[in-house]
Design a protein around this ligand. Sequence first.
Ligand code: ADP
Ligand code: MG
Length: 719
Amino acid sequence: MSGAGANYSLDTEVQFLKGVGPKTAMLLGKLGIKSVRDILWFFPRRYDDRSKLPQLLMLRAGEAQTVRGRLVDVSTRGTRGGKVLIRAILDDGTSQVGLVWFNQPWVARELQKVQGGEIVAFGMVKEGQGRSLEMTSPEWEVLDEDDEVGDFARITPVYPLTEGVPQWAVRKAAASAIEYFSRLLEDPLTDEILRANRLKPLSWCIKQMHQPDSPDTLDQARGRLVFEEFLYLQLVLQMRRNEVKQEVGISFPISQLEHLPPGASPSLFAAADGDHKGDLWTQVHAMLPFELTGAQKRVIGEIWQDMERPYPMNRLVQGDVGSGKTAVAASAILAAVKCGYQAAMMAPTEILAEQHYLNLVKLFDPLGITVNLMVGKQTAKQKRTAMEKAAGGEAQVNVGTHALISEGVKFHKLGLAVIDEQHRFGVVQRMALRQKGFGHPDVLVMTATPIPRTLTMSLYGDLDLSVIDELPPGRKPIKTHWKKPWDRDKVYATVRTLIQEGRQAYFVCPMISESDKMQTQAAEDLHYRLTHETYPDLRVGLLHGQMKPAEKEEVMEQFRRHDLDILVSTVVIEVGVDVPNATVMVIEDANRFGLAQLHQLRGRVGRGSHQSFCILVADATNPDSEKRLRILEETTNGFKIAEEDLKIRGPGDVVGTRQSGEIEFKLANLVDDGPVLETARQAAIGILDRDKNLSRPEHQMLLQKIREQRSYEALIVVS
Ligand code: ADP
Ligand code: MG
């Protein structure tokens, strides 16, 4: 340990490690490794298991294996291609194996030095000339005097590298760091936590990550580090959750709302609830054109209960496509407005915001409640008016995109924020809307596509959960069929038959690009083809994102009134459209859509009592898209689809966390490590039960670690 002295710490620069000089240190710098701490936490990409040492007689082609033997011959010759071929023969007394290198003269020099001596080598075994076995470019090492193969013939780390950095440089530095420094690693997890969760100490785990004794110990080590990652996140989320419960929120006096005029029947829903919210139930009932499902009633009840409580609501409503989240949100909004507060509803896209706006206007207008729209594409004047209405309190309900949280937007008395996020907002936006509130407003987050449980826990662990696990009655499961493009005529004929039976159809045009303009073009093309070639005798309408809200509404109204048989559309209809008589949807080039999106689209049919169909027209261009289409054929269960989506695409894509740069794990993987996440969550709850602010001395390192997690900054805005 040259030059270490008093500065002997994990912050010591790698160049002071034994066996690592300034030159290697520079190479390591390319990988972002500067200190001993960096290298200890620089984990292998994978491992080579070199631990098995078969006799050469037992060697088999097609497997990576370790061999040991005497170097009986080394030869060099030029090839016709102008390369230098190096060939060595290894003999262990039972048989021989050839070792081959191209263009590495220094290998030849090194080998010649040890000719006659023993070496070990590891590589992929292949059949060479004359059915002899050989290895190309194996890794190898000379055996030392005492014939120990221990360091070579083990599970060996393979590190992620970058140009110009050799594997051995990282291995050497890591080995040296572990030998001399791993004892300096302090474990942020207390003995109690380790024992309770059957985890190994940190220093042992770090060593196993770099130099595993066996696949088992490697699993244990990785498992502990994953647990630790999850634990920090869960501690943050649970602390956040506890904190919110201590804040002074709005206690909406829902139970004390005045009686409705006579004639309404307050008893209608009283049974579902049992307390004095009967009036509000009656008003909800009068407002909605249908009877609520049991699940909707239960969830509305949970929300209202939260709203009455003196601390802020922080609740997630999860429900599959078509489960009726809008009605639930509208009921929460009605409660807030009736209690004299404003409500806001934020959606991730303008189309969705507009749809919500139109839906809410329909519900609230008859009650004399003003609904206000705020989206980016409004003119300056429209924006100003909208902002005035929000700030003055004239607009009780405010619907919009993230325009709602832009600077300058103020509310008079915002008591409830509903976020319909479809995973596209992060915690940051949630907080931003919350901060516009009157004191600490109530927050309701709705997710349109169900997300797998592991993701719910990791991303929404600070929220209370309500699940709408029931679809409105009378719906038959949609039958989904995947057809190839050359079957299109048959598909079109089937659609015609259904239309002749009195039904209506959606045609979703291919997804060409993110650009609105190109999408519009695609929709117009398909519309033209269907109107002039396929169905000249039928009434075909067109809907796309570039139309004005009023135009869209006009077309939708025609379709709703059955003045149109077919509606050609872009993914605009992904949300908010509800025409029970439309029982067939044809999705062109379905392989271009994501699984969740197809599920969402398909949710537009199957809303009435007739059997509905979804026809996916696509050539499967790759195994992933084929898998997606098959899953859709097999199931209409949104949770199952979400799980599969997670497997195919990985969590980042599914929730868009990558884009929002929110939560990233070093080792943990939300697809495979679900059970560990659950354990970590329980552990976090247990720790905070005993020490709610992590103020005990033994928890100081934990607290420190949480503060260090840059990606959690957004979560720790308070405190
Ligand atoms: P989500 O947003 O959950 O996908 P929506 O709120 O858009 O679902 O509701 C889907 C459709 O089902 C809506 O158009 C609504 O009219 C209808 N709907 C919702 N709840 C009920 C119900 N209890 N009974 C009948 N229809 C309902
Ligand atoms: Mg919805």
